[in-house]
Design a protein around this ligand. Structure first.
Ligand code: UP6
Length: 260
């Protein structure tokens, strides 16, 4: 699959969210997701509006917004249509199936009502996927499994990562992984990779960065997730978003060129 174009993969994919994601990537020539980790509603909406034209996915941590309300979600949905991107709530669910059903569908965030994509750890076992699927499938959503993490000393390796791959292959609700590489050819599961930066090597709390070329060209990942590299101190988010979009797309085209 890493040798096929995003357009080809979108046409043959069976999951509606995956089809839409590939179509957006092709239309916008962007495999960039913005990790919009800001603290207020106004900052999040301003950033999403500015950077929206250059991204395929807006990744949120909705629970860090100090003045969250239902109107924020309504406005994010307007921006998602205006700029043609998907919403990914990076919730990292990690509880038993019955509890994650409540967390995904309810509470004040009602994630399943607006987030096209969310993600989970499989530490509780496969019931977590089943619980989330009961809420998400009727709404046409998709799930990513955290097969690996970008941080120093992370424990998602070896047999644990392999279990993620097995569970993903047999659950249609799963559209892919958070991780650093392409994991399987058994079906077209999408990899999205955080910990991407053109300049910094990491931060003071264990984050580690690799370049788009390492992630997309060499490792076969599909979407780069960039946060502080775009909106960090002293940066112009539009300039940086264009730079990362171009770097991510060039890395993808190089992958196609090298393999064909
Ligand atoms: N994230 C990681 N590593 C993972 C999984 N998720 O960094 O393994 C998320 C973080 C943050 C974003 O929660 O929202 O990706 C990375 O942001 P940064 O580019 O500013 O480091």
């Amino acid at each position: 699959y890493s040798q096929m174009t995003y357009a080809q993969r979108g046409k043959q994919h069976t999951n509606p969210v995956a089809q839409e994601l590939f179509a957006i990537m092709e239309r916008k020539r962007s495999n960039l997701s913005l990790a919009a980790d800001v603290a207020t509603k106004a900052e999040l909406l301003a950033l999403a509006d500015k950077v929206g034209p250059y991204i395929c996915v807006l990744k949120t941590h909705i629970d860090v917004i100090s003045d969250f309300d239902a109107d924020l979600v309504a406005q994010l949905q307007v921006l998602a249509s205006k700029h043609d991107f998907l919403l990914f709530e990076d919730r990292k669910f990690a509880d038993i199936g019955n509890t994650v059903k409540l967390q995904y569908g309810g509470g004040i965030y009602r994630i399943a009502d607006w987030a096209h994509i969310t993600n989970c750890h499989v530490i509780p076992g496969e019931g977590i996927i089943q619980g989330l699927a009961e809420v998400g499938i009727p709404k046409g959503r998709g799930l990513l499994l955290l097969a690996e993490m970008s941080s120093k000393g992370m424990l998602a390796t070896g047999a644990y990562t392999d279990k993620n791959i097995e569970m993903a292959v047999r659950n249609d609700f799963v559209i892919g992984f958070i991780g650093s590489r392409r994991f399987t050819e058994e079906r077209d599961l999408i990899t999205m990779t955080p910990g991407v930066g053109l300049h910094a090597a990491g931060d003071a709390l264990g984050q580690q960065y690799r370049t788009p070329e390492m992630i997309v060209t060499e490792n076969g990942s599909d979407v780069i997730i960039v946060g502080r590299g775009i909106y960090g101190p002293g940066k112009d988010p539009v300039t940086e978003a264009q730079r990362y979009r171009d770097a991510g797309w060039a890395a993808y085209e190089k992958r196609l060129f090298v393999s064909n």
